[in-house]
Write a protein that binds this ligand. Structure first.
Ligand SMILES: Cc1cc2nc3c(=O)[nH]c(=O)nc-3n(C[C@H](O)[C@H](O)[C@H](O)COP(=O)(O)O)c2cc1C
Length: 171
């Protein structure tokens, strides 16, 4: 018998997705799971994890490279444990209001590792964000924080309700 440990791996350019990952980790812990919350680029192997949550900020309709590479690098291991995916992006209330499907590239990743589910959360873009386009969006007054912690927590609780996440596994 081994205690289940969930890995929450993320890719984040401006910190918004990293914070969502920590919210997910907090909620999973509250539900009794062991949790590691780590940048996707720093994870060398998935040994010891009984489930994985992987997420990225969206840039021009795509996940950040670190998240894509994580999915590719660990494809085999991810295929043998439950995996949940999330994207963080829309700079409006749409993600909190309705179910937004994954971007095509993200859907291909989900299909490739047979992910349990994908969820889209709102994004955050605030002064100090990296990049020219980010500064342009901000100068047009289109920034803000559209992440909904209650939505994130509710999703994490659904994940925790899965036996593989919270109960010891008999191998
Ligand atoms: C250059 C740029 C491109 C973006 N492209 C998208 C996009 O295609 N779809 C989307 O939903 N959000 C898009 N966003 C919003 C980001 O996904 C959002 O700010 C997100 O919270 C970023 O995550 P991070 O803070 O973890 O990097 C974009 C933001 C920037 C600055």
């Amino acid at each position: 018998m081994t205690a289940p440990v969930v890995l929450v791996a993320y890719a984040s350019r401006n910190g918004g997705t990293a914070e969502i990952a920590r919210w997910i980790g907090d909620a999973l812990e509250q539900e009794g799971a062991g949790v590691d919350v780590l940048p996707a680029a720093g994870v060398r192997d998935l040994h010891g994890y009984t489930a994985v949550v992987l997420g990225s900020g969206l840039y021009a309709g795509h996940w950040l490279r670190e998240a894509v590479r994580f999915a590719r690098r660990h494809r085999k291991a991810l295929g043998s444990i439950p995996v949940w995916l999330f994207s963080s992006g829309p700079l409006d209330a749409s993600a909190a209001e309705r179910e937004l499907p994954p971007q095509p590239g993200v859907r291909r990743i989900a299909d490739g590792i047979d992910a349990v589910e994908h969820e889209t959360f709102g994004g955050r873009l605030e002064p100090g964000a990296r990049g020219l386009v980010a500064r342009m969006i901000l100068s047009q007054g289109k920034g803000g924080d559209f992440r909904d912690r209650d939505q994130v927590t509710a999703w994490a609780r659904r994940i925790a309700a899965t036996a593989a996440v919270v109960r010891p596994q008999r191998i």
